[in-house]
Design a protein around this ligand. Structure first.
Ligand code: PEP
Ligand code: MN
Length: 367
């Protein structure tokens, strides 16, 4: 059962305290409170978990802080839409807004290799008006002898350079819960020059203990990648693990599915699912054209497949793009062959803009 409070209800207010006491006294019911900061107002939702069948909906609706009560039995209790399209979605992190309406580009290095390349990347982003990036420090690799990422040793210069070039959010994959503390300590030590969005890679989508650990903290939002060999429902349940532990600042990322049918791409591009996820859940939807397509192949029309795939995701309403760039792809330690060049950043961003305008025109057409 979902209890929605009147907008901007303060936790110290009498109405809140009375409502909370009542709910707390319900036998066998666990409370899970979520605050959602919208552009205009703060919305508080309280999830009643447990056997809610015997609860009196009308009685709860009469509590002073309560606006309305929704019975939810479907999956994705917290992140789902539950036939209520008006529910607020999205969040603001480090002054950057993430929701199902906006669009944020995270262009950057698949794997951090050295400070020079990080600086060239950050500088190019700043020159092109960008405030987000991706930087891989902990790399999950298929082959145990492959480069595993520099780990926490590279964090000090990555964060310092991000601050220097005005980068506000870095998407960074973690593969173990200890990495949350490593990132946190390094950010604190360097005076929080930037922010981090914790990325859960496709190989860890169902690493439930990792999901629970990321869900238990609220400092960093999470970017969950769809599992490459499981159903969409299973991946959405994995996202719900984060929310069920208390962190509903979650973005869901499509990155292609493992399939021989995907050839000649690295994965079968699944960006037609962008609107599906927006319909099923309140999460902003990210696309990763780099790990989907996996090459720099050109189509006869002169556009790279990776740019075509990006445009397809955006024209279908994607809210975030995670994309590999590198100043010298032949020297990249991971995924060089799919990286775009820094010289290609302006045209990439322009192409993104064209697709986003087209999406907005399409929405207007049907509104
Ligand atoms: C990545 O984004 O660098 C990555 C490893 O992606 P995925 O988990 O989708 O393979
Ligand atoms: Mn990669």
């Amino acid at each position: 059962m979902l209890v929605i409070l009147h907008p901007d209800t303060e936790e110290q207010s009498e109405n809140f305290i009375e409502t909370w006491h009542y709910l707390e006294s319900l036998q066998g019911i666990k409370l899970n409170k979520h605050d959602i900061q919208g552009n205009q107002q703060k919305l508080t939702e309280i999830y009643l978990l447990g056997d809610t069948h015997t609860l009196d909906k009308e009685e709860i609706e009469c509590l002073p802080a309560v606006e309305r009560v929704i019975r939810i039995s479907e999956e994705y209790r917290i992140l789902g839409r539950h036939k209520d399209n008006l529910l607020t979605s999205g969040f603001t992190y480090n002054d950057v807004r993430f929701d199902q309406q906006g669009l944020n580009i995270f262009a950057g290095l698949c794997a951090v290799d050295n400070p020079q390349h990080v600086e060239l990347m950050m500088k190019a982003l700043k020159e092109n008006g960008q405030q987000c990036t991706r930087m891989g420090a902990y790399k999950p690799r298929t082959n145990p002898y492959s480069f595993q990422g520099h780990g926490d040793t590279c964090l000090p210069y990555v964060f310092e350079l991000a601050g220097k070039y005005g980068i506000k959010v870095i998407a960074m994959e973690i593969t173990h819960e200890a990495h949350i503390d490593e990132i946190h300590e390094c950010l604190e030590k360097s005076g929080n020059p930037t922010g981090v969005m914790l990325q859960i890679g496709t190989r860890n989508t169902q690493n439930f203990e990792l999901l629970k650990a990321i869900g238990r903290q609220n400092t960093y939002p999470a970017l969950l990648k769809r599992g490459f060999g499981i159903t969409l429902n299973e991946s959405l349940n994995a996202a719900e693990y984060l929310a069920s532990e208390g962190n509903s600042n979650v973005i869901f990322c499509l990155r292609g599915m493992k399939s021989e049918y995907g050839l000649p791409h690295r994965n079968l591009v699944d960006f037609a699912h962008v609107p599906v996820i927006k319909r099923l859940t309140r999460m902003p939807v990210c696309i990763d054209p780099s790990h989907s397509v996996g090459t720099r192949e050109l189509a006869p029309d002169g556009l790279m497949d990776v740019m075509h795939a990006t445009a397809q995701g955006i024209i279908a309403g994607a809210n975030m793009v995670l994309v590999d760039f590198h100043p010298a792809p032949t020297k990249a330690l991971v995924d060089g062959p799919q990286a775009l060049l820094l010289e290609e950043l302006p045209v990439f961003l322009e192409d993104v803009q064209i697709a986003h305008e087209a999406y907005k025109k399409r929405c207007a057409l049907f509104s």
